[in-house]
Design a protein around this ligand. Structure first.
Ligand code: 13P
Length: 338
């Protein structure tokens, strides 16, 4: 079997008019989200929920790729079609979260490093066989008093570069995610500085480990004030985010996608819209949200079969809003025009 090039996979993922769904919450995280809306927490309920998402009418009109979790890529729809196959049949690229989560970094209270490099090549080969064509690794960078430290940023950037190299060796597009966290009361200017330091170190390591940036996607936070400070004007988010990305992100990258990171769904759409209005940008850019696409869906569903249709309608609406934002055509008045 001749492998598809990294660039051609990334091109499908970054195609115009679409974005990426992050459906890679771990079993533990997914259980918490199910519990919050009163749904039972086991493998079958997690499967039913993911099936609701992937069978939403019109889903593939606005979604070009889906990030799955290990448990989810091994599951199937009611008719026995594996989820990865179901996505593929609709032209949606299956992806997989491959990091094994974060652990405390000794001597750096409040800072963590993401693990999962040991045995990664073998895991990626298995995921490739199952249909995965891209893989995500999430590192977290906190902002706080004296945080982040350079050592923690470096440890995470090093792991991101090692993982990206193994992905490319196997024929899988790395989706490199250094998430600068929204928690805290920091100013947007402080987030701007931390994002610069983080992205600078990440691209230094990616280049040092000879990663092919034309076959790499960056998944990044937007530049925002800490959550405790309240919401920024979308214009301010766009000013800082576009400024930081232009200064720190090499142009040859296959794409830049945004995580929602705890923003409200409408806020994530308005901010993406403001960023896209500053275009044309040197890279293809789109959304790769989890919570901002799914929170209203979970609330509408509540585990009740009779609610599936409404939950899917809510989901399609959020997809449509973000597709509009990607095209710089979102307006908050569109939220009520149904
Ligand atoms: P959020 O959009 O909820 O931040 O999730 C995106 C993601 O993939 C986090 O790793």
């Amino acid at each position: 079997m001749k492998k598809q090039s990294l660039q051609s996979i990334a091109k499908v993922m970054m195609q115009d008019g679409k974005g990426i769904l992050a459906a890679d919450a771990s079993a533990t995280t997914m259980n918490k989200r199910l519990a919050a809306v009163g749904v039972e927490q086991d493998e079958e309920w997690r499967r039913k929920y993911r099936q609701l998402l992937f069978t939403t009418p019109g889903f593939s009109e606005g979604i070009s790729g889906v990030i799955l979790y290990d448990g989810t890529i091994r599951q199937s729809a009611d008719d026995g079609t594996p989820f990865a196959k179901l996505l593929e049949q609709h032209g949606v690229v299956p992806g997989i979260k491959v990091d094994k989560g974060k652990v405390d970094l000794p001597n750096f209270p409040g800072e963590q490093v993401t693990e999962g490099l040991d045995g990664l090549k073998e895991r990626l080969e298995e995921y490739y066989e199952m249909g995965a064509r891209f893989a995500k690794w999430r590192a977290v960078i906190p902002i706080g008093e004296g945080l982040p430290n350079e050592a923690a940023i470096e440890a995470n950037a090093h792991a991101l570069a090692r993982y990206a190299g193994i992905c490319q060796e196997v024929g899988i597009v790395p989706m490199v995610e250094p998430e600068v966290l929204i928690d805290g009361d920091h100013t947007i200017g402080r987030c701007d500085a931390v994002m610069r330091a983080t992205l600078g170190t990440v691209f230094y390591e990616l280049e040092r480990y000879r990663i092919d940036l034309t076959g790499t996607i960056l998944k990044t936070s937007m530049v925002l004030s800490g959550k405790e400070r309240g919401m920024d004007a979308p214009e301010a988010v766009a000013d800082h985010t576009v400024g930081v990305l232009r200064d720190m992100v090499p142009q040859e990258l296959a794409g830049v996608v945004f995580l929602s990171g705890g923003q409200f769904p409408e806020q994530a759409s308005a901010n993406l819209n403001a960023i896209m209005r500053r275009g044309p940008h040197p890279w293809l850019m789109t959304f790769s949200y989890s919570r901002a696409l799914q929170e209203p869906v979970l609330s509408a569903w509540e585990g009740v079969d009779a609610n599936i249709e409404e939950a899917q309608r809510v989901f399609k609406h959020r997809i449509d809003m973000n597709v509009a934002a990607r095209a710089a055509q979102y307006d908050s008045s569109m939220e009520n025009m149904e």
